[in-house]
Design a protein around this ligand. Structure first.
Ligand code: ATP
Ligand code: MG
Ligand code: FE
Length: 336
C-alpha cells in the first residue's frame, strides 16, 4: 500500500510517499530555516504563510518523484499535533482536500509517534522497546510495549533538549538553529569546562535543562566581567557532555528496568554526533541493540509520518474529516 504523508507541524513543509510503512518512495522536505534565521527562531505567522506557498508543489513533486499515480494511493496521512496550530492547519487542509478529491481515507498522525517510527524505515522493530525522544520541543523516554502502544516514562520539566541547545547557541552568538553548531564546536574542542548535571530524584526518568542553561550563562557572564577570554568551543563541549551524560544514563536505565529489547533514538537532536557516538558506545558495552535513524529522518520529515500512519492503516483506524489541529495532542492517547 502507498500512503501519501504530509508534515507541516513547525517550520518544515514536507510530503512523502511511503510503501507499506517501511519503504520511502519519496520524501521532499522544504525547510524555512533561512526565513526564520534573522528572527533567531520560528515566527508562527510567517511559518504558516510559507507552508501555504509551498505545500501544493511539494505534494506534486512527492508524487512525481515516487512514480506513484494518485489512483495507486491507499490513504492520506497528516500530522495533526502537537505543533504550531497555524502550521498544522495548512497541512490538514491540504490533506483533507487531497483525500476528498481522491476519495481516500484520512489518517491523523502524532508528530512524536512519527519521530519514533522513523526508526521503522531503518529495519524491523522488536518489542517491548524504549525510545529516547530528543527534539526541538520534546525530551521524553517512551516505553513502547507493543507496536503503536506508547507510555511516557519521563519527560522534561522545563526546556526541551533541542531548545536548550538553541538557547545556549544563542548565548554563544551562533546562528539559529544552534544545535548543529554546538555539535561541531564540541567536536573540535580539545578541552571542556565542567558544568552541572541535573539527575533529579533517584529513579526519576524526568529531565531538566534550564539549570544547565543558566549555568552556561553564568560562566559566560563571569568571564565577561573579569575580562577573560573563554573559548566558545570549550563551553559548547562542556554543555554537550552534560546533556549527553544524563540522556544516555536515563535511557539505558529505562531499557534495563523495563526489559526492553531495543533502544531507539528519535527527534532532531538524534542528529547530534556526540550523542550518537556516546549512546552507541554505551549500548555496545551493555549489550543493548540500538537503532538510530539516518540524519534525514531525524529532523522533521513526512516519511516518518507515513511510517507511523501505517500502524493505524493496518488496523483500519481512520480519522474523521472533522479532525482538528491539536497543538497539545497526547502521545499516549494516540496509541493504536
Ligand atoms: P518537536 O519535534 O518537538 O515538535 P521540532 O520538530 O521543532 O520539535 P526537530 O525538527 O525534531 O524539532 O529538531 C529540531 C531541533 O534539533 C533543533 O532544536 C535543533 O537545534 C536540534 N538539532 C538539529 N541537529 C542537531 C545536532 N547536530 N545537535 C544538536 N541538536 C541538533
Ligand atoms: Mg524544524
Ligand atoms: Fe519534530
Amino acid at each position: 500500500c502507498y500512503i501519501v504523508a504530509i508534515e507541516t507541524s513547525c517550520d518544515e513543509t514536507s510530503v512523502a510517499v511511503v510503501e507499506d510503512g517501511t519503504k520511502v518512495r519519496s520524501n521532499i522536505v522544504s525547510s524555512q530555516i533561512e526565513t526564520h534565521r534573522k528572527f533567531g527562531g520560528v515566527v508562527p505567522e510567517v511559518a504558516s504563510r510559507k507552508h501555504v506557498e509551498t505545500i501544493t508543489w511539494i505534494i506534486e513533486e512527492a508524487l512525481r518523484e515516487a512514480r506513484v499515480s494518485p489512483a495507486e494511493l491507499s490513504a492520506v496521512a497528516v500530522t495533526h499535533g502537537p505543533g504550531l496550530v497555524g502550521s498544522l492547519l495548512v497541512g490538514m487542509v491540504a490533506a483533507k482536500a487531497l483525500a476528498t478529491a481522491l476519495e481516500l481515507p484520512l489518517i491523523g498522525v502524532h508528530h512524536i509517534a512519527g519521530h519514533i517510527y522513523a526508526n521503522r524505515l531503518v529495519g524491523e522493530l522488536e518489542y517491548p522497546l524504549v525510545a529516547l525522544v530528543v527534539s526541538g520541543g520534546h525530551t521524553e523516554i517512551v516505553h513502547v510495549q507493543e507496536e503503536g502502544r506508547f507510555r511516557i516514562l519521563g519527560l522534561t520539566r522545563d526546556d526541551a533538549v533541542g531548545e536548550a541547545f538553541d538557547k545556549v547557541a544563542r548565548a554563544l552568538q551562533l546562528p539559529y538553529p544552534g544545535g548543529p553548531h554546538i555539535d561541531r564546536l564540541a567536536h573540535e574542542a580539545k578541552e571542556s569546562i565542567t558544568l552541572p548535571r541535573a539527575w533529579l530524584e533517584p529513579g526519576s526518568y524526568d529531565f531538566s535543562f534550564s539549570g544547565l542553561k543558566s549555568a552556561v550563562l553564568a560562566v559566560l557572564n563571569q568571564a565577561k566581567m573579569k575580562g577573560e577570554a573563554l573559548d566558545p568551543a570549550h563551553v559548547a563541549r562542556g554543555f554537550q557532555e552534560s546533556v549527553i551524560d544524563v540522556l544516555v544514563e536515563k535511557a539505558v536505565r529505562a531499557v534495563r528496568e523495563t526489559g526492553a529489547r531495543q533502544l531507539l533514538l528519535a527527534g532532531g537532536v538524534a542528529a547530534n554526533r556526540g550523542l550518537r557516538t556516546e549512546l552507541a558506545g554505551r549500548c555496545a558495552e551493555e549489550g543493548i541493540p540500538l537503532v538510530i535513524p539516518p540524519f534525514e529522518y531525524c529532523t522533521d520529515n513526512a516519511a516518518m509520518i507515513g511510517a507511523a500512519a501505517y500502524l493505524k492503516y493496518t488496523r483500519g483506524q481512520f480519522s474523521s474529516f472533522d479532525m482538528k489541529a491539536e497543538p497539545l495532542l497526547s502521545l499516549e492517547e494516540w496509541s493504536v
